[in-house]
Design a binder for this molecule. Structure first.
Ligand code: PLP
Ligand code: ZN
Length: 419
């Protein structure tokens, strides 16, 4: 299969660059770039390599040509489950849950990493580098280890222990920054530039969005239809923008007839993208001049560490995803994010880390407010596995029943449990 990758276009000012452009951001304004293609166009399954069961199943829609450079690990093709009991709790009749915690490093970020890794190797990079709230880094560490490539990760020192452990166990060079994710991001940008390393930073590197869009392809491939809504927990906005890009690609290439509405789910304590989207929607400004749209930074404090972001690094693309898809943004309190963890686990059998459970908490709010209707088909993205942050899960899991090590005590303690 060949690649139809044809170049780049700036999200902010529209400047274009050819496929041989080797920079990361717009040469005119510094805005984030979008990867473009020259599709052959048309229905049918030309975009699917039926032999593959990973993200490269959709290689025809990806900007990679040398698949022999890909990680041997299986990234993507994660399961999508119908979740009627969970859905009923929010009055929804057609809820599906896509469990991206089942990727090699247990988060959605492996999709970005898989495509970025091929790009890095195609361009002859010797060292991979990135800043991360934890998951993008542990994903890069995992994928780099799978092909024996050195990598350097900048993380905030307060990232959950399991994520730091993942980074170290895969052999990454880990710099624990005494500061926030935003501090780590800025440091990483400077060090990468000075050392000439491959910079995987979210938003800044246009290929991360391309990897993330594969979730849209899978949703269409797995369901055989486009859902009404896709719910995405959001920090930097790259996952939201990436999945939206995937659906736009399907439409632009003549593969799918329509697009879903994108629901951006954030914590009230880290809601920069939602606030910017609300401002435009309230003003009825649905076709703004994107050059003039500013996203005000916040001071993020949420317990959902993966979506704790002061300055969203793919904010403009994410706001466009909400507005142009006719979607919505919701922000929920941290208490609802934590409460959503056992609800998802008990209602659908899927264990989510706090950032991921924010999708379910946000969807419930959107359903309560009548924005998502009972008959609509909704896909809720679960972006990271709950074992990544056991300390948060323990806050809402309850306690085991202590019991003496004898049968009488065990029988007494199980009285009333049925059978
Ligand atoms: C589990 C999880 N969910 C959601 C997100 C949000 O993605 P983005 O920062 O691209 O909005 C992240 C990002 O780190 C994540 O790790
Ligand atoms: Zn530009």
């Amino acid at each position: 299969m060949k690649t139809y990758f044809s170049g780049f276009r700036c999200f902010r000012c529209g400047t274009e660059a050819g496929a041989d452009f080797s920079g990361y951001v717009c040469p005119a304004c510094g805005g984030n770039l979008e990867v473009r293609y020259a599709w052959p166009n048309g229905r049918g399954r030309w975009w699917v390599d039926e032999e593959r069961r990973d993200v490269f199943r959709y290689r025809a829609l990806l900007p990679v040509s040398r698949l022999e450079l890909a990680s041997p690990l299986r990234v993507g093709m994660t399961p999508i489950y119908e979740a009627p009991r969970l859905g009923a709790a929010a009055g929804l009749k057609h809820l599906l849950v896509k469990d991206d915690g089942q990727n090699p490093s247990a988060s959605f970020k492996d999709r970005a990493g898989a495509v970025a890794l091929v790009r890095a190797r195609e361009t002859g990079a010797k060292v991979l580098c990135g800043a991360s709230t934890g998951n993008a880094g542990s994903s890069m560490a995992c994928l780099a280890a799978s092909v024996g490539m050195p990598c350097v990760i900048f993380v905030p020192e307060k990232a959950p222990a399991a994520k730091i452990a993942q980074l170290l166990i895969f052999g990454a060079n880990v710099l624990a920054v005494k500061g926030t994710y935003d501090d780590a991001f800025d440091l990483c940008m400077e060090v990468c530039a000075q050392r000439g390393w491959f910079n995987r930073n979210t938003g800044h590197n246009p290929f991360t969005r391309e990897g993330k869009k594969t979730a849209a392809f899978e949703i269409y491939d797995q369901l055989g239809k486009i859902p009404d809504w896709v719910v995405v927990p959001t920090g930097d906005g790259n996952i939201l923008a990436g999945i939206w890009k995937g659906f736009r690609d399907l439409k632009a290439a003549g593969i799918a007839p329509k697009m879903p509405k994108m629901l951006c789910a954030q914590s009230e304590a880290s809601a920069a993208i939602s606030v910017a989207a609300w401002k435009l929607q309230r003003a009825g400004n649905l076709k703004p001049d994107w050059k003039s749209v500013e996203i005000a930074p916040v001071a993020a404090t949420t317990v959902a560490d993966s979506i704790s972001v002061d300055i969203p690094r793919d904010g403009l693309a994410a706001v466009r995803a909400v507005i142009e898809s006719g979607g919505a943004a919701v922000a929920v309190p941290d208490a609802e994010i934590l409460a959503a963890i056992p609800e998802l686990a008990r209602g659908a059998g899927v264990f989510a880390e706090p950032a991921a459970s924010c999708a379910w908490a946000g969807l419930k709010k959107a359903a309560r407010e009548g924005r998502v209707k009972p008959d609509e088909t909704v896909v809720c993205m679960i972006t990271g596995n709950g074992l990544k942050d056991v300390a948060s899960a323990r806050k809402v899991a309850g306690d085991p029943v202590p019991v003496e090590a004898n049968v009488a005590a065990a029988l007494a303690a199980t009285e009333g449990l049925g059978g």
